[in-house]
Design a protein around this ligand. Structure first.
Ligand code: 7TS
Length: 423
């Protein structure tokens, strides 16, 4: 039995009347920053970790630590089965057909690079077109640029319309055509808060024989993500944005697609047999996991997935919608505010600018009041240029955030406006 099953018992679920009650499970939230209660609004960058996930890491190192897939001794067997249990757990979380469709990576970025190098290296040829959207994170742009430079392929971008930040789907048929080889799209924009209709887009792509990749970095920890319902060929996510540890991510790939995809890195574990000059590959998914993996963090990620399902992904999604709608409405009352992204139906984040105050000044002054925001281009430089700005300030939420914290943000922003004399 894996030791992680016996880690400290959490409070019974019934004792949580509301999501807010869950704050007690996050040790980091209970602190003062610059003398003020911490308001953590940088969840799109990384979420905080519940006690249970932190305990799973410690428990593993104190009881089960050993290398996986190689030992015959008890600790190695425990570590291997806990590691593989997370794969099974992740398959269930995403509703994949099989645990073999789950590859552990370092995160979303590595997942996309794996697809670009291995799948792209085999299937993308000179003159082929790769369709992206104008709201992609650099992680879903640069690997394709590298592939295009290597192969002579061409990148094409589905446009975003104005400050409302929606994909221009009225003209989708002009962009998504039979000569597109791959369509890689974000599910939720980390700057605009737009939720893209990935199920419809993947269905359209499938009809045309276009391979699809969904970047679920901002969605997987915030709402139900069902790979069979979405119907994508690849989907990527990061554990650290969904209550899990850093340094772990998942690349989901449809089994038949993964079987045709060559290995990513060479080394131990990914081989079936090695000769001095040639090797043969292990089965999927091990073919894509060279070397000793990030065992402890993968195991603790399994704990995070259990935790998210206990909290309830529908509840998290509802909370995101309510809190970001509330924040958007309160921000809209500030004089000289510019808001980005859709007014309704947005995910749990809001990007904004205050007239005549640089986003970095907003973020630095908010920090002095204990409010953690993010300011900058959010790894969306091409989108920023399109919007005609260099940066925005961004408040991004998770289920442990409250309307009282949004009120505190607004109060702090009013103080900043008074300080700069812009009101
Ligand atoms: N894709 C999207 C949509 C993202 O928001 C991010 C990270 C990534 C990919 C990359 O994820 P990683 O875990 O591999 O780094 N987004 C952010 C952000 O908005 N602020 O900091 C990181």
């Amino acid at each position: 039995m894996s030791g992680t099953e016996t880690i400290s018992q959490a409070r019974p679920v019934e004792s949580f009347q509301s999501l807010e009650d869950r704050r007690v499970e996050f040790p980091v939230l209970n602190q003062k920053v610059h003398g003020c209660d911490l308001v953590y609004f940088d969840n799109a960058a990384t979420t905080q970790k519940p006690r249970r996930v932190i305990d799973a890491l410690t428990y593993y190192y104190e009881h089960d630590n050993a290398n996986v897939h190689r030992g015959i001794h008890e600790l190695s067997n425990r570590a291997s089965s806990a590691y593989e249990n997370t794969r099974v757990r992740a398959a269930k979380f995403l509703n994949a057909r099989s645990a073999d469709e789950i590859i552990f990576t370092r995160g979303t970025t590595e997942g996309i690079n794996l697809v670009a190098q291995s799948w792209g290296g085999k299937f993308i040829k000179a003159g082929d077109k790769i369709l992206l959207t104008e709201m992609e994170h650099h992680s879903n742009i640069v690997p394709w640029q590298l592939l295009a430079a290597r192969t002579g392929a061409q990148l094409v971008y589905l446009p975003v319309t104005g400050d409302r930040g929606l994909l221009d789907l009225s003209r989708i048929d002009e962009w998504l055509t039979r000569d597109i080889k791959l369509f890689a799209m974000t599910h939720i924009s980390n700057t605009l808060g737009t939720v893209n209709p990935v199920t419809e887009l993947c269905a359209k792509a499938r009809k045309l024989g276009v391979t699809t990749l969904v970047d679920a970095a901002q969605s997987a920890g915030h709402r139900k993500v069902d790979v069979q319902e979405i119907g994508c060929d690849f989907l990527v996510l990061s554990s650290h944005k969904m209550c899990g540890p850093t340094g772990v991510g998942i690349l989901y790939g449809r089994l038949d697609v993964l079987e045709q995809t060559p290995p990513y890195q060479g080394g131990g574990d990914m081989i079936s047999s090695v000769d001095f000059f040639n090797s043969t590959w292990n089965k999927v998914p091990h073919k894509f996991e060279a070397g000793t993996p990030n065992i402890a963090d993968v195991i603790a990620f399994g704990t995070a997935l259990d935790y998210l399902d206990e909290v309830g992904r529908e509840k998290i999604a509802e909370h995101d919608i309510e809190l970001s709608a509330y924040c958007y409405a309160q921000l809209a009352k500030l004089p000289g505010v510019r808001l980005f992204g859709p007014e309704t139906g947005r995910a749990g984040l809001v990007s904004f600018l205050l007239k005549d105050v640089h986003a970095h000044d907003v973020v630095m002054m908010a920090d002095q009041a204990g409010v953690a925001l993010r300011g900058g281009h959010h790894c969306n430089q091409p989108l920023m240029r399109k919007l005609g700005v260099e940066s925005t300030a961004r408040a991004s939420f998770y289920f442990y955030n409250t309307t009282a914290e949004v009120d505190r943000l607004i109060e702090v922003l009013r103080e900043i406006q008074r300080f700069f004399g812009t009101v």
